[in-house]
Design a protein around this ligand. Structure first.
Ligand code: HEC
Ligand code: HEC
Length: 177
């Protein structure tokens, strides 16, 4: 007889525990028809790793092929090194693809796999001036939360826009016309 724990059972218990810890609950979105909403269960690594330089984009904003390409090219990611070890990247890639865009509007693969270069994005934002994108309080079209306070939840409702600091309110008023 040995007093040592069965290594298989111990390993299983540890991995079940870490699997449980990998998931955090986020608040469910208000509008069920919103295709870009954040899934109810978000892997913690997604928020931590993919939300450290910019918004942790809701997976429904890009088609599966785009997420797959992005996740296999993280070492040269828009001029940054965003690489992750395979054990972290693999489940994130699967999760992103499982929750990727499916609607006709969102499922086309945009140039450079950029949400901000998708046709729908360009059309929806046609009234936003170049100077606004470049303004220090916005910096980039990829900085969704500058204008969409609910971006983290995947809420991009145009009723909930905010005017970034330093942008003339009259400019922002034109957006809503
Ligand atoms: C080291 C910083 C860094 C990390 C970490 C990072 N990114 Fe990025 N990401 C960038 C930069 C820089 C851009 C370009 C932003 C811009 O144009 O303003 C970008 C852009 C993007 C875009 C395109 C945005 C657009 O223009 O539509 C997506 C999608 C994206 N990242 C996904 C991810 C995912 C998924 C992860 C996690 C695996 C991740 N990023 C981690 C730096 C990072
Ligand atoms: C400089 C401010 C600004 C930034 C940054 C921005 N948006 Fe927007 N967005 C707008 C405005 C303004 C509208 C509304 C346009 C209209 O109604 O004419 C809009 C509309 C939208 C809509 C359509 C909403 C609806 O109810 O039809 C979506 C979806 C959206 N944005 C997603 C994004 C995403 C995703 C990002 C980041 C990748 C982003 N936006 C970045 C200003 C911005």
């Amino acid at each position: 007889m040995t007093t040592r724990a069965n290594p298989t059972i111990a390993w299983r218990a540890t991995s079940a525990l870490s699997a449980a810890l990998l998931w955090t609950l986020s608040i469910a979105p208000a509008r069920a028809d919103d295709k870009a909403r954040m899934p109810a269960l978000v892997p913690q690594a997604y928020t931590q790793e993919c939300g450290s330089c910019h918004l942790a984009y809701p997976p429904g904003l890009l088609p599966a092929r785009s997420w797959q390409r992005l996740m296999t090219g993280l070492d040269s990611h828009f001029g940054s090194d965003a690489s992750l070890d395979a054990a972290t990247a693999q489940p994130l890639s699967q999760w992103l693809q499982a929750h990727a865009a499916t609607s006709r509007k969102l499922r086309a693969e945009p140039p450079h796999d950029r949400i901000t270069q998708a046709d729908w994005f360009v059309r929806k934002h046609r009234r936003v001036d170049r100077a606004v994108w470049a303004h220090p309080s916005v910096k980039s079209a990829a900085n969704c939360a500058a204008c969409h306070p609910g971006a983290g939840r995947g809420d991009f409702d145009d009723d909930d826009l905010r005017t970034p600091p330093g942008i003339d309110p009259s400019v922002a008023r034109r957006w809503r016309d």
